[in-house]
Design a binder for this molecule. Structure first.
Ligand code: COA
Ligand code: ZN
Length: 317
């Protein structure tokens, strides 16, 4: 495998994760989680979304969350926006980056943002202008890049067209999102090998969901294809409310644990990250799918069973 020496992780739990929680999470708890993630050294955080509050009630406090978080210089605080109205709100709230959303499949785009792909691209053109005026970074995410829960397979040519339109309106950072965990590692490799040379200069992000337990394998395939930016959510929170069967993102602490075990740097303090996950479980009131929180890191050691120590060969003591 060709592995990078460093990977930039964007934590999306406060947005992709919290948005699907049925009970409103108090604003103070959202702020607390973002602050804890900052303190754990997470370099990029998708804090919230500036979408219609009736459509996603959980992020109706977006402005307040942005105003109350403690921002560390060097950490990039982003928000998801679907249109220019959201972009103006996000810029006014002081985001460092805007993450846009459009799907590779028409059905999911209509279900998610009530627009055709062409209508979305027109809105995103306006988003780019708002962001440029405000000198705010833009990352363009493409939902259902590897499959659509309504249409099934998304032809690569269709994904390529959407990427092309985003590049035409000025996108330089593009996130390929596996919204409902349909991607497999072979497919991720094929898609990136196809798109990479055709859109040289694009910074790719892989956004995975672990719906079918393939997320970390997909990230390994993406790293092998040269990707060094990945999204993840603390504890494995998450899911898209407008995609049936969606479940959580790849779990941040499990991913960071895997990367560190392989000697790949993230700048994140794993122990503190695990503490954040524990706190998030308290906030949502249930166990989350993360594994390392339960098992501890691979460096964890257990006391020897009775009688074993005395019988160990000298060389093994
Ligand atoms: N924030 C707040 N209000 C918004 C908004 C935004 N980003 N975009 C539009 N609105 C308001 C408009 O001002 C208008 O208000 P009015 O009725 O008081 O005049 C109203 O919403 C309707 O505007 P329209 O452009 O027709 O929006 P819509 O009803 O077709 O909804 C979206 C489109 C994109 C706003 C909505 O589908 C949405 O917020 N989707 C987000 C889905 C999401 O977050 N999914 C999970 C992440 S992948
Ligand atoms: Zn997602």
């Amino acid at each position: 495998m060709r592995l990078p020496s460093r990977v930039t992780v964007c934590e999306v739990g406060p947005r992709d994760g919290f948005q699907i929680e049925p009970d409103f999470i108090p604003t103070s708890a959202k702020v607390e989680v973002v602050d804890l993630l900052t303190e754990a050294g997470v370099p990029r955080i998708e804090v919230t979304s500036f979408v219609h509050p009736r459509v996603v009630p959980q992020t109706r406090d977006a402005e307040e969350v942005m105003a109350r978080i403690r921002r560390r210089p060097g950490t990039r605080y982003a928000a998801l926006v679907p249109n220019d109205k959201g972009a103006v709100r996000a810029v006014d709230a002081g985001v460092d980056a805007i993450h846009t959303v459009v799907s590779a499949s028409e059905s999911h785009n209509l279900a998610n943002v009530n627009m055709t792909i062409a209508e979305s691209i027109a809105k995103l053109r306006a988003v780019m202008q708002v962001a440029e005026r405000a000198r705010v970074h833009v990352g363009c995410g493409i939902s259902t890049s590897f499959g659509c829960p309504f249409e099934g397979e998304v032809p690569l040519a269709q994904l390529e067209r959407v990427v092309g339109r985003l590049v035409d309106i000025g996108a330089r950072a593009i996130g390929l999102a596996d919204t409902t965990g349909m991607a497999n590692p072979g497919q991720v490799a094929r898609v990136l090998d196809h798109l990479g040379p055709r859109f040289a200069g694009v910074e790719w992000t892989l956004h995975t969901h672990d719906t079918r337990a393939m997320a970390i394998a997909n990230i390994l395939a993406a790293m092998d294809a040269g990707v060094t930016h990945v999204d993840a959510s603390i504890g494995g929170l998450g899911g898209c409310p407008f995609a049936p069967g969606a479940s959580g993102n790849v779990c941040t602490e499990d991913l960071v644990h895997c990367l560190h075990a392989m000697g790949i740097e993230t700048g994140i303090d794993l122990e503190r990250l695990i503490d954040v996950s524990r706190r998030v479980q308290e906030i949502v009131g249930r166990a989350l799918p993360g594994q390392v929180l339960k098992a501890g890191p691979w460096t964890r050691r257990y006391p020897l069973p009775d009688g074993v120590a005395a019988r160990l060969p000298i060389a093994a003591r």
